[in-house]
Write a protein that binds this ligand. Structure first.
Ligand SMILES: *[C@@H]1O[C@H](CO)[C@@H](O)[C@H](O)[C@H]1NC(C)=O
Ligand SMILES: *[C@@H]1O[C@H](CO)[C@@H](O)[C@H](O)[C@H]1NC(C)=O
Ligand SMILES: *[C@@H]1O[C@H](CO)[C@@H](O)[C@H](O)[C@H]1NC(C)=O
Ligand SMILES: *[C@@H]1O[C@H](CO)[C@@H](O)[C@H](O)[C@H]1NC(C)=O
Ligand SMILES: *[C@@H]1O[C@H](CO)[C@@H](O)[C@H](O)[C@H]1NC(C)=O
Ligand SMILES: CC(=O)N[C@H]1CO[C@H](CO)[C@@H](O)[C@@H]1O
Length: 643
């Protein structure tokens, strides 16, 4: 009886959502009830109904808000104006480092100045200004100010140099670049190749010797600009807000479009889904040129009036001190941050904080419990969803190891699905009717999200480069003739619908007839090696079937004991998953997301005459790593050495 009541309540909730394919619901739930495993279904139902109702409520809430904003032609700046009205003198942004605190009113005034300055200088709606600076409150004020007059910021990764930097500025068609004085050198290097018409503004300590010729100094100009609100362009909720660059594993960064509604939606889903409150204090040490830092983090300040502490750069040793100092209740993470924190010696502060939730993605099962246990964090709010992705997930109910879920009661309600792929080539597997095959619980598959172009909520904004967009989209995935977004990530779902991240496509390789998941091996190796950074990839060995595993380990201090490591490895991994080659990196070259460049290392392979790092080979007979000498290398190539 209770179940029936819940079910009715759920259906009623769904009904309210409107536009929902109502007729699908009834058969779906009937099938669920009458389906083969009667009691099992009931068991799953009772375990997941609460979770599903919460999710339905969240989606409903966000959907209604988005509808209202659409109707009222609101934009992020207009929503921010409302936040300022509610929270005027409350701290909005705290810059850890300088300790500078900006209230909502100050942030508002600063961004008004930015808007007025750009207007004076002839910038107009639709222009693009590239933003190239390290973390600070100004960063937020700058893009927000631009948004106030419909100018789009292109948020450029401050680790980029030379061609990559020029590429990002050029593909965005920016009319100007605002850069931080700390990046003057990088700017000077590329200035000549960027086109004469691009205006340059420098923010921070002004040194005319350092900056390219013709650069304007930003602060005095802002000082003179008006603080009143400039007249707003006629923007609406589905217009562009800014560009974020996605750092693929191959090739140059791609510019992804973020529209106002997407910004709102990403921030709001996280806010309602994880039950945040305006009086939470959020610690944001992620880069502001990515969606995690700038939307999921800073968005809580802009939209919901939360105080956000911005940390210029992540520091493992200062992390808990900062949380204590600012009374942070929510911290943001990515998987690497968790590992770096676990790698730190124990300290008092790590349990004296008031953090009630860690919000982020990439915390893997292998260290999940160690992380929550050691630092006393009650809840992990793991979510999944790339900037350009059409299939976001959230672990709303603190399920260990999961990155989200899909309802098992009404699987069609949220248009995402796992579909079967060939784990080697990562191609979608299709049935005789040409439509993709959905996975059953326990079967790994690629996560896909259906695209409905005319629904502003479900529209794929895509990339600035049209041909880059098409690669992520496929036809006939859910049913014949539809279009869907391919996430590129492999997940496994359990019978309650919880999703567990397994792998990124292209990151699995085959060895000795088995599929090796690089993510899994990376997790294990890193644990064996005191949380060192490890990347695993497959390299081709002439004459051998599949790809041999190779692990690059960041070990600048030469502290690995390979004897012990070899023994531990035997216990931890099956033979086919043990890396055949090891590469000990003396110098760590990381992209800003703390990931190495896998592609380069895969290409460089295991040739000791071309790789300068120390290389080792796992001798199969003795299970030990030995130096990879040129002779040994030659023997392997000739097929004389057993692998
Ligand atoms: C943190 O909380 C304590 C006790 O409630 C208070 O005294 C202190 O001022 C707070 N610190 C900040 C930065 O808000
Ligand atoms: C989350 O799960 C962990 C481990 O199961 C548990 O210790 C913790 O109390 C849970 N937190 C909340 C907020 O329910
Ligand atoms: C590995 O992947 C291939 C291709 O997807 C699949 O046919 C095979 O069953 C998988 N093997 C294992 C052991 O999982
Ligand atoms: C699909 O894309 C739209 C707009 O690009 C986005 O708002 C929506 O969240 C995406 N769908 C899902 C299920 O995440
Ligand atoms: C757009 O993307 C395609 C494929 O990724 C690439 O070949 C092309 O050079 C890109 N165009 C621009 C202008 O970046
Ligand atoms: C507010 C703030 O933290 N600004 C810092 C941003 O980064 C530059 C360069 O590292 C620092 O000089 C600023 O103090």
């Amino acid at each position: 009886m209770l179940h029936l009541a819940c079910c009715l309540a759920l259906l009623l909730g769904l009904r309210l959502l409107g536009g929902f394919p109502w007729l699908q619901v009834v058969p779906a739930s009937l099938i669920f009830y009458l389906g083969s495993g009667g009691w099992r279904s009931l068991h799953i139902f009772s375990r997941t109904i609460g979770r599903d109702l919460h999710a339905a409520w969240v989606l409903l809430q966000v959907k209604l808000c988005v509808r209202r904003h659409l109707r009222e032609r609101n934009t992020i700046p207009k929503i921010f104006a409302e936040t300022v009205r509610l929270y005027g003198d409350k701290p909005a942004l705290i810059s850890e480092g300088s300790g500078e605190t900006w209230t909502f009113r100050q942030l508002d005034q600063y961004s008004n100045r930015v808007a007025n300055l750009l207007l004076e200088r002839g910038f107009k709606e639709g222009d693009v200004v590239a933003l190239f600076m390290e973390n600070r409150s100004q960063y937020v004020g700058l893009w927000l100010g631009m948004a106030k007059i419909g100018v789009h910021a292109a948020l450029i990764n401050y680790n980029l140099r030379l061609e990559a930097l020029v590429h990002c500025v050029t593909i965005s068609n920016a009319r100007a670049v605002v850069f931080g004085s700390e990046l003057s050198d990088a700017m000077s290097e590329v200035h000549a190749s960027m086109g004469k018409t691009v205006q340059l503004f420098c923010s921070g300590d002004w040194d005319p010797q350092q900056v390219p010729q013709g650069t304007h100094c930003l602060e005095p100009l802002l000082e003179k600009a008006e603080t009143h609100l400039p007249s707003r362009p006629d923007c609406c909720f589905t217009d562009r807000l800014f560009y974020i660059y996605t750092s693929g594993t191959t090739g140059m960064p791609k510019a992804a479009i973020v529209v106002h509604s997407r910004y709102y939606r990403m921030a709001a889903l996280v806010y309602y889904g994880f039950r945040m409150r305006p009086d939470d204090v959020l610690y944001d040490c992620l880069p502001l040129y990515h969606s995690a830092g700038n939307i999921v983090g800073v968005g809580q300040c802009i939209i919901h009036g939360m105080t956000v502490v911005i940390k210029k750069k992540f520091s493992a040793s200062r992390f808990w001190d900062d949380c204590v100092k600012y009374n942070c209740t929510i911290v943001q993470y990515i998987g690497e941050i968790c590992r770096y924190l676990l790698n730190q010696p124990a300290r008092e502060q790590e349990r004296q904080h008031r953090v009630r939730m860690a919000l982020g993605n990439g915390l893997r099962m292998s260290i999940w419990e160690e992380f929550t246990g050691r630092f006393g964090i009650p809840q992990i709010a793991e979510f999944y969803g790339a900037t350009e992705c059409n299939c976001s997930l959230g672990n709303f109910d603190n399920k260990t190891g999961a990155c989200g879920f899909n309802s098992q009661i009404l699987p069609y309600f949220y248009p995402i699905r796992l579909v079967k792929v060939d784990e080697e080539t990562m191609d979608l597997i299709r049935g005789p009717d040409g439509v993709c095959i959905p996975c059953k619980p326990g079967e790994p598959g690629q996560l896909v999200g259906r695209i409905v172009q005319n629904d502003p909520l479900r529209r794929f904004d895509g990339y600035v480069n049209q041909s880059a967009t098409s690669k992520k989209i496929s036809q006939s995935v859910f049913k014949k003739g539809d279009t869907a977004y391919l996430s590129g990530d492999i997940m496994v779902m359990d019978e309650c619908g919880y999703m567990f991240f397994k792998d990124r496509t292209g990151d699995t390789f085959r060895w000795k007839g088995e599929n090796v998941s690089t993510t899994e091996v990376e997790g294990t190796l890193s644990k064996l090696l005191d949380m060192k950074d490890v990347v695993v990839y497959g390299v081709e060995v002439p004459g051998a079937e599949g790809k041999a595993g190779m692990a690059a380990v960041a070990d600048p201090s030469f502290s690995c004991d390979l004897e012990v490591f070899g023994r531990d490895l035997e216990k931890a991994l099956p033979p086919y998953a043990r890396p055949v080659f090891l590469r000990m990196l003396a110098k760590v070259d990381k992209t800003s997301t703390y990931k190495f460049q896998k592609t380069d290392m895969r290409r460089e392979g295991f040739d000791p005459s071309s790789v300068t790092d120390r290389l080792y080979f796992l001798e199969p007979s003795r299970g030990r790593y030995v130096d990879l000498s040129p002779e040994l290398h030659a023997a392997i190539l000739a097929g004389k050495q057993k692998l």
